[in-house]
Design a protein around this ligand. Structure first.
Ligand SMILES: [Zn+2]
Length: 412
């Protein structure tokens, strides 16, 4: 390994280590590889755009290749009403819907496209239920790269419309998202095409794109910076494929190792009850996630029967002394309405599932009253039009005449 190298690779399961190269899997045991930085210090450069102010711990050698639409710097908002109602010491919400395309996936796209420019690749290929597709498409346009996106057979039409606006090559794959065999075959075929064409696979999982996934760590860096020493016992993170939870934990560990975070919180991975392969493996005490036969959850973004980073989530939960909570869809929809109606936070169901899990864990005694909690709210409520319609369809819209407004006057 070059002594001056900024980063290198190591295996998530065995002792293999090696210099950086274009690979996602260990040459010895085929487990997922992860990026490690030579210097644990993480200097922040506020002169760089978006998440690139943390470039010291992002896998890019030449900053002339950086791609940014101003991602990151998302708000951390303290609960005004729900924390006291639930008896929590504090409750913070990290609003990832404030990213340029409306979800945290922009962090992955920014790093992934920059990495492609550095490697001299001309086209990306991804699978997405919507949010990652919008991010890849937008950042691909920004980077001047060609894009091919394969989406789910039943993907949310509103999410697909956003992707279409950016103009990538877009196709839906039959049964994708409902059948683990289709997921595995789709990913294998994309990998084969990418090898043949020297294209980049940008599926948002460490299992396929470990370098691009490094971008998500910046969410954790920001969270730690914004907490500014205030206590945080537990971080709740939605889990579909698992990459977000793994990255946030890695970011917290790096920030801690850099001497910037006094103590590490526990991490709780949250899955929808109808699609919870990682939860099932965790209950059994397994170290390996077995795909489930079918997905019965309607929560867009979390419908993965064969979660690609599932094994890493099990490692992360153990390392953080956290746990996994599985939540029925109806509780998630109720939490989505509560976040809007009680906190003024309009998020998609895949974000609201974290609040549903906090409530479930308090009721079950897994989470202590008085605990200090942060929820990662991954995407904007505008993302899922069908879920929005469902949330408000019972709300009446009475028609009045202008003079009827005066009925609101005191004493009228
Ligand atoms: Zn290995």
């Amino acid at each position: 390994m070059n002594a001056a190298a900024k980063f290198s690779l190591h295996c998530s399961r065995c002792d293999w280590r090696g210099p950086d190269e274009d690979r996602a899997r260990c040459p010895v045991c085929d487990a997922i590889v992860l990026v490690t930085y030579t210097d644990p210090a993480i200097p922040v450069d506020p002169s760089l755009p978006g998440l690139w102010r943390y470039a010291a711990h992002l896998p890019l050698n030449d900053l002339r290749h950086l791609v940014s639409l101003g991602e990151g710097n998302t708000p951390l908002v303290a609960s005004a009403h729900l924390a006291p109602a639930l008896g929590l010491g504090s409750l913070y919400f990290k609003l990832e819907g404030a990213n340029p395309t409306g979800s945290y996936k922009d962090r992955i796209a920014a790093v992934g496209m920059a990495r492609m420019l550095e490697l001299g690749k001309r086209a990306w290929v991804a699978t997405s239920s919507g949010n990652a597709g919008a991010s890849m498409a937008a950042y691909g346009v920004r980077a001047g790269l060609e894009g091919h996106l394969f989406t789910l057979e039943k993907a949310s039409r509103a999410k697909i419309a956003q992707i279409m606006a950016y103009g990538p090559h877009l196709r839906a794959v039959e049964r994708l998202g409902y059948d683990p065999a289709v997921e595995v075959t789709t990913w294998a075929n994309i990998a084969q095409v990418c090898r043949a064409n020297h294209w980049q696979m940008l599926v948002t999982a460490h299992a396929f794109s470990p370098h691009a996934m490094e971008g998500v760590k910046t969410l954790a860096y920001e969270l730690a910076e914004q907490l500014a020493g205030q206590p945080c016992d537990v971080v709740y993170i939605p889990v579909g494929g698992g990459g977000l939870a793994v990255s946030v934990w890695r970011g917290l560990v790096e920030w801690h190792a850099a001497g910037k975070l006094a103590s590490l919180p526990r991490v709780v991975a949250v899955q929808p009850g109808g699609c919870d392969a990682i939860y099932q493996a965790w209950l059994r005490g397994d170290r390996h996630v077995t795909p489930i036969p079918t997905c019965a959850s309607a929560i867009s973004g979390l419908q993965l029967t064969a979660p690609a980073d599932g094994d890493l989530v099990l490692d992360m939960v153990a390392a953080s002394q956290g746990w996994i909570t599985s939540v029925p869809d109806e509780a998630t929809y109720a939490a989505q309405a509560k976040l809007a109606g009680r906190e003024g936070l309009f998020v998609e169901p895949a974000s609201a599932i974290t609040l549903a899990a906090v409530e479930a864990d308090l009721a079950a005694g897994r989470l202590s009253p008085g605990a200090h909690v942060a929820c990662i709210l991954t995407g904007s409520g505008f993302k899922d039009a069908a879920a929005l319609q469902r949330m408000v369809e019972h709300v009446p819209l009475p028609m009045v005449r202008p003079d009827d407004i005066l009925a609101l006057a005191a004493g009228a």
